[in-house]
Design a protein around this ligand. Structure first.
Ligand code: ATP
Length: 347
């Protein structure tokens, strides 16, 4: 089902948790709600679910106004950060639960339930665990079972609140891709909450960036990364170098011989991969040197420091492929020349 939010606002006492949220989510998207702690992600998810009432605004599912509809009438499946599996039930019974509590007229037979549960267990690739209890599963297995349980009732919308938040980094990484592929198979409109920008970029087809109860930007991962529309988005998504051209930085950039092609604003945000680095032809004249560098996998992040600088940022970050870095044959302390290949401009 498609989801439409119109003018959603929510206050807790004097605190505005959500402030006039408008959002259109077409059927079949996998959307990440991304933002810092306390920005309103969970509150928005709970409003879509019907677990929380809005002060103003409407929620539409597939064009129907469901704002006043209770949770159980909304055909929504949930997965939360802390596995909400029933500890006294086996994996099988946990997944079957939602089917067994349906009103008698809609309830499948036990034979149908058995088939359904086994096909879901196959879908989450854990068929062999059907008679285990939650305590006998790993964290990642529990989340996959929680997802199977949410899917059992064939929800039209799936809501996931930091589903992998409690897991360790490597399991988390596996499950992200697994979720993305599962979604491609099922195509259920899904929204997941995360404060981890890498997770949002890797998993989602659309990212909604929230800040202080407002939407800062909505777009595909590459739009959000390559065309940030605000200072906040640019800083929150990935690393950014920020240069204030009307202030201290302009003189500094000039003295460092850094050329900025066609300034289109006052503040330049430059992604690390948009800074090119070379060994300085005239080391005595370059105020920038390589302070340190780190492996990020296929690329190297260079930490470049500036001499005698008291401006907004003392370190400039550049990033380049491993081979390119090797070819430069730079050592710590070497003087470098920089060029800004591309910037985003803000006024
Ligand atoms: P996190 O990533 O830390 O979970 P979040 O973005 O999901 O944060 P919410 O849980 O939506 O944030 O909370 C948004 C704001 O509303 C927070 O400042 C929170 O303290 C406040 N808030 C949420 N629920 C309530 C409540 N029931 N009563 C009072 N304040 C609340």
């Amino acid at each position: 089902m498609s989801i439409q939010l119109q003018h959603i606002s929510k206050q807790f006492g004097a605190f505005k948790a959500l402030d006039d949220i408008n959002l259109d989510i077409p059927e079949g998207e996998l959307v990440a709600l991304l933002g810092p702690s306390g920005c309103g992600k969970t509150t928005l998810l709970r409003i879509i679910a019907g677990l929380e009432q809005t002060d103003h605004g409407e929620v539409y599912l597939q064009g129907d106004n469901v704002t006043a509809q209770p949770v159980k009438e909304r055909q929504i499946g949930f997965v939360f950060q802390h596995y909400a599996l029933f500890r006294h039930m086996t994996v099988f019974d946990n997944i079957a639960f939602g089917l067994r509590v349906k009103p008698r007229k809609l309830r499948p037979s036990e034979a149908q339930i058995k088939d359904k549960v086994h096909s879901l267990l196959q879908l989450v690739q854990l068929d062999w665990l059907h008679d285990r209890f939650p305590d006998q599963l790993s964290g990642g297995q529990r989340q996959r079972i929680a997802l199977a349980r949410a899917l059992a009732v064939e929800p039209s919308v799936l809501l996931l609140d930091e589903p992998f938040g409690a897991l360790d980094a490597s399991v988390r990484k596996d499950l992200r891709l697994w979720l993305r592929h599962l979604h491609q198979e099922l195509n259920v409109t899904s929204i997941f909450v995360t404060h981890d920008q890498e997770e949002a970029m890797e998993v989602a087809s659309q990212i909604v960036v929230l800040n202080h109860g407002k939407i800062e930007q909505k777009g595909t991962p590459s739009e959000i990364y390559d065309q940030p529309q605000s200072d906040f988005v640019s800083r929150f998504i990935g690393q950014t170098n920020i240069f204030h051209l009307q202030k201290e930085d302009s003189a500094w950039l000039e003295s460092a011989g850094i050329i900025v092609d066609e300034p289109k604003g006052i503040i330049a945000h430059v992604r690390p991969h948009n800074i090119s680095v070379e060994k300085a032809a005239n080391p005595a004249k370059s105020p920038v040197y390589l302070n340190d560098w780190q492996h990020l996998g296929g690329t190297i992040r260079l930490e470049l420091n500036r001499d005698g600088y008291n401006g907004s940022a003392t370190t400039i970050y550049a990033e380049m492929p491993n081979e390119q870095f090797r070819d430069l044959a730079l050592n710590k302390g070497d003087r470098v020349a920089l060029r800004i290949k591309h910037a985003h401009w803000f006024n």
